[in-house]
Write a protein that binds this ligand. Structure first.
Ligand SMILES: *Cc1c(COP(=O)(O)O)cnc(C)c1O
Ligand SMILES: [Zn+2]
Length: 416
């Protein structure tokens, strides 16, 4: 049974029932799920969590869904890799990679959709929908298939082929809107008002947002029940970023980990960096932008949670980074070549942002740091295919190999 009790307004604290609502009638503030904290406190323990399934559902006491409605694709419990080779390259002492490419649809969006789709089922919806920059549509399509629900996903017309295929294979209805993500979102907001569809990131957004906290829970548990000192995470709407911090805070509140400060660093691509720009300008007034970057999964020009992301940075003595598309490609290559993890462009933004945060002294290279890698690389192959090593063509004979290998520039890097 869930301990979720109501939705509350983040601005005026008014309470609403656990319905498909996302804005406050009184002040238009965003709604957030509230819980019975005493109930959770009396039940929760490290042992109880450790005896749970190896997925986000080991934290179900902290999620707003009753057991019988859970849509289970075994999302989460992804690897936390100690990244010593990359750390050395960046001049760091203790770096970890939270590898969320290892989710069923290869991105962290499976966490938010697992929770939103389950709650949508609990509220009686037959159809899952979303406004997506790609990964969300993939995950909504997969979860609808798993749950036997219908799916209709809305995407910008110019998405990477891998992202479109990543939805299409599950056979949803796909609508490609001639415009940017922000146009897609506007259309979906109008549709959400008069259709009986659960738009996971619009009318059921409060439940969706809760899923991101599981990233922090897992990291704390995987670090041996402690929080990192510093976090670098990518920002699109800014929801993931704020909820990672909230997740650590909850674990502190329930006494599962020690109450230590966590510095939160956000990462965006310069071609769509409204949150970073506001941070650098010392304002919480976010100016919407028209995205132009290869980091399409982060290309939200008008970020719904940008204001809260800025507040999180401020409160945690954190910061923000903005990196060029060339640096995004370098970030992907660094992570792949030094740690064996193939990330999509958002992961390139995170690694390049980490490097920038060290250079600008926003983070201390001697403190424990976790970088969140939120999506897998095969979906954004277009971004790097021109920049990677090419095969050496040979005939199947020793002579042919020896001749070609002697000539090949890559030969110099092969030892033994
Ligand atoms: C959606 C997404 C994010 C960030 O999402 P928010 O809107 O900021 O919560 C980060 N990485 C990837 C790969 C994504 O698809
Ligand atoms: Zn309100």
């Amino acid at each position: 049974m869930t301990y979720a009790t109501s939705l509350t307004c983040r601005e005026c604290s008014r309470e609403f029932p656990l319905d498909p609502l996302h804005v406050c009638d009184f002040c238009f503030g965003p709604l957030e799920v509230a819980y019975d904290h005493d109930g959770i406190q009396s039940k929760i323990s490290r042992e109880r969590i450790e005896s749970g399934p190896r997925s986000i559902w080991r934290y179900k006491d902290l999620l707003p869904v009753d057991d019988e409605f859970i849509v289970d694709l075994n999302v989460g419990w992804t690897p936390l890799l100690r990244a010593d080779r990359l750390a050395e390259q960046l001049g760091m002492r203790e770096l970890y990679i939270k590898n969320d490419t290892c989710n069923p649809s290869w991105s962290f969006k499976d966490r938010v959709v697992a929770v939103a789709s389950s709650r949508a089922r609990q509220m009686g919806f037959q159809t899952l929908a979303c406004a997506s920059t790609g990964n969300l549509a993939n995950s909504v399509s997969a979860h609808a298939a798993r749950a036997g629900m219908d799916a209709i996903v809305f995407i910008p017309h110019d998405l990477e082929a891998g992202k479109v295929l990543g939805s299409a294979v599950y056979n949803p209805t796909i609508v490609a809107v001639n415009g940017s993500y922000d146009d897609v979102n506007r259309l979906c907001s109008e549709l959400a008002d008069n259709r009986q569809w659960a738009f996971v990131n619009i009318n059921v957004r409060p439940y969706y947002a809760e899923g991101s906290r599981t990233l922090a829970y897992e990291v704390a548990e995987q670090l041996g029940w402690r929080a990192p000192r510093q976090v670098v995470a990518p920002m699109a709407s800014g929801s993931l970023f704020t909820k990672i911090h909230k997740g650590f805070q909850e674990f502190q509140r329930y006494g599962l980990i020690e109450d230590t400060p966590i510095r939160m660093i956000g990462a965006q691509a310069e071609g769509c960096s409204p949150i970073t720009t506001a941070w650098r300008g010392g304002t919480t007034n976010i100016r919407p932008v028209k995205p132009d970057t290869i980091a399409k999964s982060l290309a939200i020009g008008n970020p719904a949670d940008g204001y809260y992301a800025l507040k999180t940075m401020k409160r945690t003595d954190g910061g923000a980074t903005g990196v060029s598309d060339a640096e995004v490609v370098e970030g992907i290559q660094l992570l792949a070549e030094y740690e064996g993890v193939f990330a999509e462009t958002a992961g390139g933004v995170t690694i390049a942002g980490l490097r920038q945060a060290i250079a600008t002294e926003q983070i201390d290279p001697d403190e424990t740091t976790v970088a969140f890698i939120t999506g897998g690389g095969l979906k954004t192959a277009d971004a790097i295919v021109e920049h990677v090593t090419q095969p050496i063509p040979v005939e199947g004979t020793l002579q042919s190999f020896e001749d070609a290998f002697a000539e090949a520039p890559q030969a110099a890097t092969v030892g033994g």
